[in-house]
Design a protein around this ligand. Structure first.
Ligand code: IVH
Length: 717
């Protein structure tokens, strides 16, 4: 941190020439970054880095007012209208809000004090009522409705003139295209278009799998999606929207509504069908603003979307009018920031980690940096191709992102400094060595994927067409052994309660468990010997193990974690063969007779049971007392959904996901994880996301829980 924070902060030069040079250099650098950010949609540096230089420029200009020029980035709202999208002049300008950069409680107190002072209130006067809202990290949007129909959607642009992105905004499901009767004939709703973190992660995962470009953060992905010329591309990037204000509206004199408060206006927008964030609340006085800042800050990681702060707004619209504006910012609102979720730091080394499926992930060891509210020392680089694509080298300055509970990741390298910035080094500050990366003509990577697994020493391979490298050690590799045990213990497999991540780590690391049967050889003494294991919990684990011994053949087969054998296949196998021995002794041809078993699965099953060590594991498990009823599996329930594929999404009101899955499968349906043209039904509950959108896009019938139950009882769809 200290290494970076003194960038551009050389001691104040004695003569006048130097501030001018420095101011110019800062402006050039800021303009360059702003162009990359707003016009190219390719941010080069974290916002915090931009803000820091911006503040430094503001400071210098304040000290040298004679050097302030109208074209300085401090003197205008940055933004640009892209070629290709039509310009829209906003009927009411889209303003920005003053930002309180102080991330401590004092930021809220300072705002409240300022408002009280402007209104001429004394300490004796009552507290002011505010509305406190999250500050969504997306892009501002103005939606214009005429006679209840969406006629235009425009970006903020420079605040006066934005871009017409109506064609793209129409693809956002959360934005109503028509409004209920009774809305004012002219209505402009202002709010934020953003991308939920889960949608962003899925999008990037998809891009990575397809070898496409990954996005730096949800805001950037959202901005890119909104400004597409082709709305088909936008439609594939799941966007969301929150309303937080109004632009033009039919005046009360012409029949428009009369709002007394900002909150009342938000509630009305909500009743008209616009999403308003659940976190929005009324806060009275500075104390409640501080509490809101803290409370939202504490739950920031748990929110499904990125926020970079909170916004406080004076609730009374009359008071808002009294307070008015200061140049382009309202005096009645302020943005109060949280620590940045992206920061620059240095890669000190690159290690690899072996995941539970054998996947080898390169991890950057970083110079510690405070990002997203915690100190981060490691960040994932995903895979070798990502390192190459991003051009990361050990020794580079990189941008690290940590948002939500996700693992911090390196999103890119800091670009080399522009020529203009190098001028600053006349001050004698060796910037090039301390900030950004030295300019490079060609990228020569200095990290190589190891050829042996660092955990077990087995060969590391990458299959054709795969982005990931894998350890070939299988159960011999401790990292993978943990995964196999967890899978065996999973609820839908052997259902061993209490045998979770932490315990499995301890057991494998202490070498108490090497193979699955070792689980059933665990005794009280070896469990209690583990750190933080009380006798009571140890007894519970043993009881759960004992209970799991009475199982079913499909659960046992699924628990073995054979490649390609999911729950459905395990059930089909059990039904077809009746006994485990019959399955183990089956030829490839016999296996192929099973419903849904193709050549790949048949071969892999056959090979598995041909290995003496695998048969040995099965025998030992049986010897430990694992048993299930053998013989022909009971006749099945009527297969009214045979041949149908169903996708579950969101939270159902009464049924758990597992229960719904069981019911559907019992009726012969296949339950799939993703929606395609072949999907027969999507069953959607609360908080359903992109799968629901996909279903609607493809015209797949969507059912709620009741609809699903009706279908199962034979009375539905
Ligand atoms: S109110 C006059 N409320 O922050 C006030 N803005 O500079 C107009 N933003 O680009 C904005 N969350 O897109 C407001 N709850 C919120 C917001 C919010 C995010 C963005 C907005 C604008 C910037 C303000």
């Amino acid at each position: 941190m200290t290494e970076q924070s003194d960038l551009f902060s050389a001691p104040a030069p004695a003569d006048q020439a130097q501030p001018a040079i420095k101011i110019k250099a800062l402006r050039d650098q800021l303009n360059h970054w702003a162009h990359q950010y707003y016009v190219l949609d390719e941010p080069a540096v974290p916002d915090a880095e931009y803000d820091r230089l911006f503040r430094e420029l503001q400071g210098l200009e304040a000290a040298h007012p004679d050097l302030v020029t109208p074209d300085s980035p401090t003197q205008r709202v940055v933004g640009a209208v892209m070629e290709g999208l039509a310009s829209v002049r906003h009927a009411v300008p889209m303003l920005s809000i003053h930002t309180e950069t102080d991330t401590e409680a004092t930021g809220a107190q300072a705002f409240d004090a300022r408002v009280r002072r402007e209104l001429g209130l004394s300490d004796a006067d009552p507290a002011i009522e505010y509305v406190a809202e999250p500050k969504f990290d997306g892009l501002a949007m103005s939606l214009r409705y005429e006679n209840g129909r969406l006629v235009q959607a425009a970006t903020r642009g420079d605040g006066e003139v934005g871009e017409d992105v109506t064609h793209n905004i129409r693809t956002i499901r959360q934005i109503p295209l028509t409004l209920p009767d009774g809305v004012p004939p002219i209505l402009e709703v202002r709010g934020e278009v953003y991308m939920r973190r889960a949608d962003f992660d899925a999008l990037n995962e998809r891009q990575r799998e397809q070898g496409g470009k990954t996005f730096v953060n949800p805001r950037n992905a959202a901005a890119g999606a909104v400004r597409q010329l082709d709305s088909n591309i936008t439609a594939q990037r799941p966007l969301s929207f929150f309303a937080y204000g109004l632009g033009a509206i039919t005046p009360p004199g012409e029949g428009g509504p009369v709002f007394r408060t900002h909150y009342e206006m938000l509630l009305t927008l909500k009743s008209w069908g616009f999403p308003v964030a659940a976190q929005v609340q009324i806060a009275t006085g500075a104390t409640e603003l501080v509490a809101f800042h803290q409370q939202v800050g504490a739950s920031r990681d748990a929110l499904p979307y990125d926020i970079d702060g909170v916004v406080y707004k004076v609730n009374s619209l009359q008071l808002q009018r009294d307070l008015g504006f200061k140049t382009r910012e309202p005096r009645w609102a302020v943005a109060h920031k949280y620590p940045a979720q992206e920061m620059a730091t240095k890669v000190e080394g690159i290690d690899v980690q072996v995941g539970r499926t054998g996947k080898i992930t390169p991890v950057a060891r970083l110079m510690p940096v405070f990002v997203g509210g915690v100190t981060v020392t490691n960040a994932t680089l995903h895979n070798l191709f990502e390192i190459r694509k991003k051009g990361v080298r050990v020794g580079d300055q990189v941008i690290v992102r940590r948002a939500g509970d996700v693992i911090p990741e390196v999103v890119g390298v800091m670009p080399p400094l522009t020529d203009a910035t190098e001028i600053i080094s006349v001050d004698g500050v060796p910037i090039k060595q301390r900030h950004g990366n030295p300019p490079r003509e060609i990228y020569v990577p200095n990290f190589r994927m190891p050829s042996k697994c660092p955990v077990c020493g087995s060969d590391v391979v990458r299959e054709k067409g795969e982005a990931n490298h894998r350890c070939t050690g299988g159960l011999f590799c401790a990292a993978q052994r943990k995964e196999a045990i967890l899978h065996f213990a999973a609820r839908r497999a052997m259902d061993i309660e209490g045998l979770g991540d932490k315990l499995v780590d301890q057991l494998v690391d202490a070498n108490v468990i090497r193979t699955l049967p070792d689980l059933y050889r665990l005794g009280l003494t070896s469990l209690i010997a583990l750190e933080r294991m009380a006798e009571k919990s140890a007894q519970n684990v043993l009881a759960a193990l004992e209970k799991s011994k009475q199982t079913t053949l499909p659960r046992f087969l699924f628990g073995l974690g054979l490649r390609h054998v999911g729950e459905a296949t395990a059930k089909d196998l059990a039904r077809h063969f009746g006994t485990l021995d019959a399955i183990m002794d089956a030829s490839v041809e016999q296996l192929l007779e099973v419903n849904d078993v193709g050549p790949v699965v048949a071969q892999s099953l056959h090979t598995f049971f041909q290995q003496p060590h695998n048969r040995e594991v099965v025998e030992q498990l049986r010897a430990c007392g694992v048993t299930w009823p053998e013989g022909p599996v009971a006749e099945r329930a009527p297969q009214i959904l045979a041949g149908k594929t169903v996708v579950l999404t969101g939270t159902l009101p009464t049924l758990s996901r597992d229960a719904a899955k069981d019911m559907l499968e019992a009726a012969g349906a296949k339950v799939a994880g993703s929606v395609s043209k072949k999907t027969s039904y999507v069953v959607a509950g609360e908080e359903a996301g992109s799968k629901l959108a996909k279903a609607e896009e493809l015209g797949v019938p969507v059912l709620d829980e009741a609809g699903m139950l009706a279908l199962l009882s034979g009375t539905g769809a």
